[in-house]
Design a protein around this ligand. Structure first.
Ligand code: 4AD
Ligand code: MG
Length: 456
């Protein structure tokens, strides 16, 4: 169906005076004495194109007046003092009529209401803006790594190990419900892979394998967590960017993470000015200013020990009081990043007992060379560490956690055959998208969110 994108018409004055074909869905319609007006949107821009219908010229266009109907309009592009341009219709063809009970009748619906119809909410300005930024951001992330010589690897989605104990694992099985097995072992022995399998919580361990050959790699794919966290920040299925860099220690990977975040934010500022202006107006006042400030200032680096001191001396009543050794809760993270520093903060050197087995043990014997990047409004967006490159120290950390070493023999081999210092991080794609758009619920930046008790 030959037609012109609405975004091209708004972007190119040479269309004025020309007859074109445009397609779209009707967003508003109104009727006056001699003319009727439609606003149509084809998804290529936030802007609606006004269609002017001369009643003398065009008959029988009732179905086009119904919100949600899809139309094909042939007409001449004219200047319009309010919108820039509009189209004077010569012909209107209704492609698909929407009935009067089409749910999106009001100009603005609440996000909660829209969550009940993920298949339709994408036709609103909010979701048009969200998904355009999401797409531009994905491209910016690939560009960042590609232009710096990183190799993009795809790590397995089905895994035979619980990667790192980052969260509860979804099981993958083809066994029927009534399998007739007496023990769990027997059940899995009869299963597709001959052993227990699940959906990966992280591609890191395989990413390390690739980094020990290609030097600098990144992954960009889905991770799955079956944790029972019903919060505005948790999905059971989220997209995960995990770079892994050989010959990099903690300060090196922190530098990379900060540079990457600033670069991708700059890209979005440049490529999505209209979408960001929309979020600034409707969802987070001052958003654009916030993003500009972030890219021009250094992020804070804060020792975990110091963070605990700040929390203890804050005079705040937290739901979870915090002592040295405790994992920071969202309320702590938000206090530090929003109220103390009001900018992104790398908290470094966490107690080893609350972090994963693979993190490099610091000489103090108590902490590991790990960092979380916390940002105002969202909390943790990056989990990062230098990896333990010493075979014996790694074995002892695993034994202490009661891990089955046999399951990790490939991973352990990396420490036997030319081990090098190396580091990496995991960035939650939806988390950084929340930060950049100002959207406060992760369900509103995901096409079909999967959360506890909800899948469709
Ligand atoms: O901190 P996490 O668990 O770290 C890892 O998985 C490491 N293997 C990363 C690495 O070093 N390669 O997860 C990393 C990030 C978090 O900071 C968060 O942004 C995001 O993944 N994340 C989630 N996002 C949405 N919903 C969830 N349930 C998430 N769990 C983690
Ligand atoms: Mg984490």
């Amino acid at each position: 169906m030959k037609h012109i994108d609405v975004r091209d018409i708004f972007g190119d004055k040479s269309y004025i005076g020309r007859e074109v074909t445009v397609c779209g869905w009707v967003r508003t319609s109104r009727d006056s004495k001699n003319v009727s007006f439609l606003e149509i949107n084809d998804g290529t821009t936030l802007k609606h194109l006004q269609v002017v219908i001369d009643k003398e010229k065009i008959k029988d266009y009732d179905a086009a007046m119904k919100l949600g109907s899809s139309v094909k309009v042939i007409g001449v592009i004219c200047e319009n003092p309010n919108n820039g341009v509009e189209i004077n219709a010569n012909n209107i063809e209704v492609l698909g009529e929407a009935p009067a009970d089409y749910p999106l009748q009001k100009k603005r619906h609440t996000l909660e209401f829209l969550r009940t119809m993920p298949h339709l909410r994408v036709r609103t300005n909010t979701f048009n803006a969200v998904f355009r930024v999401r797409s531009v951001l994905a491209s910016a992330i690939h560009n960042y790594f590609q232009s710096r010589g990183y190799v993009y690897v795809n790590t397995p989605i089905i895994t035979g190990s619980d990667a790192e104990g980052a969260g509860e694992v979804f099981r993958v099985t083809t066994q029927p419900f009534d399998h007739g097995c007496k023990t769990e072992e027997e059940y899995y022995a009869n299963d597709f892979f001959g052993k227990k399998a699940g959906l990966s919580v992280s591609g890191q361990l395989e990413g390390e394998v690739a980094a020990m050959a290609f030097g600098k790699i990144y992954t960009f794919g889905p991770s799955f967590r079956a944790e029972n966290s019903n919060t505005p920040r948790h999905l059971a299925e989220f997209w995960h960017i995990e770079p892994e860099v050989a010959f990099a220690e903690l300060p090196d990977i922190i530098e990379i993470a900060e540079d990457m975040i600033k670069t991708i934010i700059s890209d979005v500022l440049e490529k999505c000015p209209n979408e960001l202006a929309f979020f600034d107006e409707h969802f987070e006042k001052g958003l654009i200013e916030k993003l500009k400030t972030i890219i021009s200032h250094k992020f804070e680096i804060l020792e975990y020990t110091k963070a605990v001191e700040i929390l203890k001396n804050s005079g705040r009543q937290f739901n979870y009081p915090c002592d040295w050794g405790c994992d920071l809760q969202t309320e702590h993270e938000r206090y530090i990043t929003e109220e103390v520093f009001n900018k992104p903060v790398f908290v470094i050197n966490y107690p080893k007992d609350i972090k994963a087995f693979y993190m490099k043990q610091n000489p103090d014997g108590k902490t590991v060379a790990a960092t979380d990047l916390l940002v105002p409004g969202v909390g943790e967006i990056i989990g990062c560490s230098e990896r333990e490159a010493d075979y014996d120290k790694l074995i002892s950390a695993m034994e202490k956690r009661g891990m089955k070493l046999d399951d990790y023999s490939d991973y352990l081999d990396l420490r036997k055959f030319g081990s090098v210092p190396h580091s990496g991080f995991g960035l939650g794609f939806e988390r950084i998208l929340m930060y950049i758009t100002g959207m406060s619920n992760i369900r509103d930046i995901t096409l079909f969110p999967r959360t506890v008790g909800s899948v469709r």
